[in-house]
Design a protein around this ligand. Sequence first.
Ligand SMILES: *Cc1c(COP(=O)(O)O)cnc(C)c1O
Length: 364
Amino acid sequence: MIFLSPPHMSGKELEYIEDVFKSNYIAPVGEYLDKFENKIKEYCNISNALGVINATSALHLALRVLGIGKDDIVLSSTFTFIGSVAPILYVGAKPVFIDSDKSWNLSSKLLEEALKKLPKKPKALIVTHLYGQMADIEQIVKICKEHNIYLIEDAAESLGATYNKKQSGTFGDFGVYSFNGNKILTTSGGGMLVSKNKEWIEKARFLATQAKEDALYYQHQEFGYNYRLSNVLAAIGIAQMEVLDERIAKTREIFRWYKEQLQDIQEIEFMPELPDSFGNRWLTTVTLKKSDPFKLVQKLQENGIEARPLWKPMHLQPLFENEQSFLNGVSEDLFNRGLCLPTPTNSSFNELEKVIKVIKKYVS
Ligand SMILES: *Cc1c(COP(=O)(O)O)cnc(C)c1O
C-alpha cells in the first residue's frame, strides 16, 4: 500500500520518549513540552507558543481568547477542512464563507466584498494555507487591519511555508499548526497555538488547563478545557522538528518528480505557487481538465494507492446549508476536478512509479 502522507519518524523519537519516562514526567506537562514550544518559537520566529492536543483545539482557544461568542460573525475560507471551521460553532458564532482565488486559497477580492456587504461587522477571519501553500497573506493582513478584524491563520497544513521569507502562522493575531498523523510532521496527535501577544497565549494556557484560578484550592471564575499536549507526545515533536527542513525538501522533490513524470499529459495541471511564496508542498495536488477525478481516486485505491479528492468546500456541506457565503465558483470547480496524490516522504520514486502507471492508463 502506498499512503497519502504516512508518519515518517526521524529515528530519535524513542530516545526522547525514554528520557521522558526516566524523568517520570510522562504527564501532564514537563520539560519536553517547554522544549517543543521553544523549537516552534525559534523555527517560526514568533515570541509565544502553546502546545495543545490538536490544531482544532488551538483554534477554539484563539476564538475564546478573542472573546468571540454567540451570534458573532467569523469569516472563513470555504476551501478547507472541517477542523478549521468547527471551532466557530463551538463558541456559538456564525461562519460566513469566502471563496478562493487562483492560489486556491481565500480571495482577498471577495473578502473585501464581504466586508462591504455584510450588515454586521465580522469579528475575525480564519484563513487556511491549503496543502502547505501560502494564501495572499500580505493583502489579507492589510484588509483585516483596515477593517479592524482579528486574523487567525490556519497553518495546520503549512508548517515551514513562507511568504517573503516570513513563516505561515506568524502574520495574524494567532496562528495554529497541526501534528496530526497525516501532516508533514506528526506527534501522533498534537497542535500548537502561536501569537506575538504574550498575554493572549497566557490566557490560552489558562483556558487549556481547566481555567484554574491562582488559589490554594480549586477556584473557578470561567470555564476552560483540558487541552494541553502531553510531555510524551512533545518528545516526539522535538525529534520531528529536527527533520522538518528535510521533509519539506522531500515533499517539494516529490512534487517536481510528479510534474516531470506527467508533463506530457495535457489533462493534468498542478497547484500553483504564488510569487514571493514558498510552499511546503505537504501534498502534491492536481486538477484534471476533462477526466473524472473521483474515478481516478477509485482506480488508484483499487491498485493499493491511497489518493483523495480535494477538500469539499464548506459552503457545499449540508451542515452549513443555511450559512452565508461569498462565492465565485473557484473552489467548487477545483473540488470537481481535483485530487491529492500520495506524497509519502519515506517512499522511493521506484515505488511511486506505480502511481504514474495507474494515472497514465486512466487518463489516456
Ligand atoms: C488537519 C487540519 C486541521 C485540524 O488539525 P487537527 O490537529 O487534526 O485538529 C485544521 N485545519 C486544516 C486545514 C487541517 O488540514
